[in-house]
Design a protein around this ligand. Structure first.
Ligand SMILES: [Zn+2]
Length: 212
């Protein structure tokens, strides 16, 4: 198992503890705080929704200082969120970013209602919801729950956007120093499902000999 796969598995193991009511990191938070006070070396970064029911440290059963958590409604890659992830990767050496969508997401539901019913949202919310609309439109007509499909599609789209975002993120991905994965958290079961890492890059084929 590679170091990156090991980090991802550690988060899934933590989620298993959370989902089965056996968390380890909710104890001794004072000791965790004291141990983490002098250095900032998170094991992963998470771009999660701001939904109060989706707390990455709890969902992945991680202690103080272990997750670099960036939270925006709908877990969209807003500019400040991307800048925060760039800091985690370029300055803190984070090698794994998890984009964490979740079922029953209010932001995605609002985007679906905006597209299907013409619902308008006030203030800055309109611009935020616009970031989710392409995933809503791309999943229109699929059998089953439109909100669920849009949540998965929006999360996957954010993963792709972060992988290719010009600057520290795409540079780190290209250098093999960063993996960005998508996941969806199920509020009903407490479990996180990975959307699946991208296939490993194919080795470059040897150039064919010139034909004569
Ligand atoms: Zn949400």
């Amino acid at each position: 198992m590679t170091a990156l796969a090991s980090r991802a598995q550690a988060l899934l193991d933590g989620n298993e503890r959370f989902a089965t009511a056996a968390p380890q990191h909710c104890h001794d938070v004072t000791a965790q705080r004291e141990a983490a006070a002098q250095s900032h070396r998170p094991v992963a970064a998470v771009l999660a929704c701001a939904d109060a029911r989706v707390a990455p440290e709890l969902v992945f059963d991680q202690g103080v200082g272990e997750l670099f958590s960036v939270r925006v409604a709908g877990n969209v890659p807003a500019r400040a969120a991307v800048a925060s992830l760039e800091y985690a990767v370029s300055q803190l050496g984070v090698e794994l970013v998890v984009v964490l969508g979740h079922e029953h997401c209010g932001a995605v539901t609002a985007a679906v209602e905006h597209v299907t019913e013409g619902t308008e949202l006030p203030g800055e919310l309109a611009a935020l919801i616009d970031r989710i609309v392409p995933a809503v439109e791309a999943t229109a007509g699929l059998p089953g729950d439109h909100v669920h499909h849009a949540i998965v599609a929006s999360t996957a789209a954010t993963v792709e956007q972060l992988r290719t975002w010009p600057g520290p993120l795409s540079d780190a991905v290209s250098a093999g120093h960063l993996e960005v994965v998508g996941a969806v958290y199920d509020l009903d079961t407490g479990r996180v499902r990975l959307l699946g890492p991208p296939p490993p890059p194919e080795p470059s084929p040897d150039p064919l000999p010139p034909t004569t």
